[in-house]
Design a binder for this molecule. Sequence first.
Ligand SMILES: Nc1ncnc2c1ncn2[C@@H]1O[C@H](COP(=O)(O)OP(=O)(O)OP(=O)(O)O)[C@@H](O)[C@H]1O
Ligand SMILES: [Mg+2]
Length: 312
Amino acid sequence: MKTLLSVRNLKKSYGDIKALKGISFDVYEKEVLCFLGPNGAGKSTTINILSSILTKDEGEITYEGQSFEKNLSTYKASLGIVPQDLAIYEEISALNNVKFYASLYGLKGEALEAAALNALDNVGLLSVKHRKPKTFSGGMKRRLNIACGVAHQPKVIIFDEPTVGIDPQSRHYILNYIKALKDQGVTVIYTSHYMEEVEDISTRILIIDHGEILTEGTKEDLKKMLGDTDKFTIDIEANGSVNTQPFYRIDGVKGVEVSDNRLMFDVVRGVDCLDKIIAEMIDQHIKLSNLNKEKATLERVFLHLTGHALRG
Ligand SMILES: Nc1ncnc2c1ncn2[C@@H]1O[C@H](COP(=O)(O)OP(=O)(O)OP(=O)(O)O)[C@@H](O)[C@H]1O
Ligand SMILES: [Mg+2]
């Protein structure tokens, strides 16, 4: 794996607020690297420094082994930025918006037109290319914002929360487009606080909170932090006479707890023992009213790492 970007000990404060407390990470070629973190974690601050919109206080950034500041023009030419705040012009057509941004990267004439049309097609806006964004839905504006950032076909694309508050159709277009970019070998840096989409598109995840990177790895790596068991919760009608001992004899059952008309089982992931648990409940005349399996999710990983939920 080739390292494209390397960030070391990056710090940024806004007055007294320490937004980044010295983070370090690498970005490898052709990966979809997702920053997962709640509001205020420091995602946009990191992205804006990488986009050279914001200056860092301390730390080192290299792009292809060269100092980021010294090679800013080369770096910027290979970069596409899709900012969290919309950067589109409401009063000019969608096509002209995209052409304007792509022209900043030196595209001209027919090549410019073709690149803009291609970008609009990729986000599902080709049929409305002559319309002005002021007539667009929020999701369509988000998609246009993406087309503007990517039309010049950069090698690295940075997306800052491109799917916040949008309709399912637009979300679908955006996530599919990111998967297509991954297939084309484009390097993607993506921030989100939606764990489902991070699970869906990432090849690697950095979990960030309060200006610090708490951990990094593939979704499989991160879920391993939760141990090798799944949790089942079974609501029951009465708990007066539950004998937990027989449950421990079932292959795969690691733990049983009884509380408030509820049985909680810790079972080895991948071992199918639910049938036997239910058979034992029937033997003991325990009536089941509800069953819930807690899956190993990134939400649980986040909770495990921080003690608080990803969503406020
Ligand atoms: N221009 C600014 N002036 C003062 N404080 C700021 C500024 N920008 C960000 N902050 C603060 O820095 C911290 C990190 O903010 P940042 O925008 O990087 O978080 P984020 O992870 O992008 O959050 P969100 O999910 O809400 O976009 C927060 O405490 C935020 O309030
Ligand atoms: Mg942000």
